[in-house]
Design a protein around this ligand. Structure first.
Ligand code: SAM
Length: 246
């Protein structure tokens, strides 16, 4: 299939999907689960995840997967309202790690964690300067956690892999959000969220990197190029690459 890297501007389809999701969700209420929390941060993240967003289903997973590797340096690409930042701030606090968040928009008020740096920049331009930026701040440019949640476009995601992966540490984990988006997508609780058709932009970029095809509509585990892969299809899709040395 041939893909075009532009946003799908089909207003009719989007409008219909919007109305359908609103009506459908009236019949799917938020249910609290009985969960044992490993710490208070985990509990805070769970409570935050009860608010339906395009990423709420993944917040606890991101926290749990992140603490496994006891990170020292976390880089978050794409901040917006700070759902993922809320999680990474807590991961960072737990290990006294440095958190660097990047967005082209001004998101500088999202966190007040003392080891948080907000960089307002295009993420590829910043990647080109990252080594010097770290040197000026006495930070080792070895990223333990890289979170990618920006344009969700194919060519841009390919560049993010090309420019940011060289900084990954030996135990690194990479999270890609929006590896399974469309006009409508489902959450774990069955509710619907509106999205857009990114022509498989993010997952295709991962496929190119791995030189493998994936079915992002289902859960899968796989491996490629020294990484273990875990994919969760719901809530726009989350794909986690973990260096195998972990
Ligand atoms: C989906 S939102 C991020 C959501 C956020 N991770 C969360 O959990 O709330 C995508 C963000 O990426 C930013 N963005 C888009 N293209 C970018 C680029 N080339 N460089 C840096 N940030 C970019 C947008 O400004 C937007 O705030």
């Amino acid at each position: 299939m041939k893909y075009n890297d532009n946003y799908d501007r089909n207003i009719f389809k989007r409008g219909l999907a919007f109305l359908y999701a609103r009506v459908y969700n009236l019949f799917h209420s938020v249910k609290k689960e009985d969960i044992e929390f490993s710490d208070n941060f985990e509990k805070e993240i769970y409570l935050r995840s009860l608010k339906r967003t395009d990423i709420n289903d993944h917040l606890l997973t991101i926290y749990r997967e992140s603490i496994e590797i006891k990170p020292s340096l976390i880089v978050e690409l794409g901040v917006r309202g700070g759902e993922s930042t809320f999680v990474f701030e807590r991961v960072a606090k737990r290990f006294n790690a440095t958190l660097v968040s990047v967005d082209i928009e001004n998101c500088s008020k999202i966190s007040n964690y003392e080891k948080w740096y907000f960089v307002q920049s295009d993420d590829i331009e910043f990647a080109k300067k990252f080594k010097d930026w770290c040197k000026e701040r006495d930070i080792k440019p070895k990223i333990d956690i890289l979170f990618i949640d920006t344009s969700h476009l194919y060519q841009h995601t390919k560049k993010e892999i090309e420019y940011w992966f060289p900084y990954l540490s030996k135990k690194a984990k990479v999270f890609f959000h929006d590896t399974n988006i469309n006009f409508l997508f489902k959450r774990k609780d069955g509710s619907l969220q509106n999205g857009w058709d990114n022509k498989r932009g993010v997952i295709r970029a991962i496929e190119d990197f791995c030189e493998k095809d994936f079915n992002e509509k289902v859960d899968f585990e796989d491996e490629c190029k020294g990484f273990k892969i875990r994919h969760i299809p719901y809530c726009s899709g989350l794909t986690i690459l973990t260096k195998k040395s972990v």
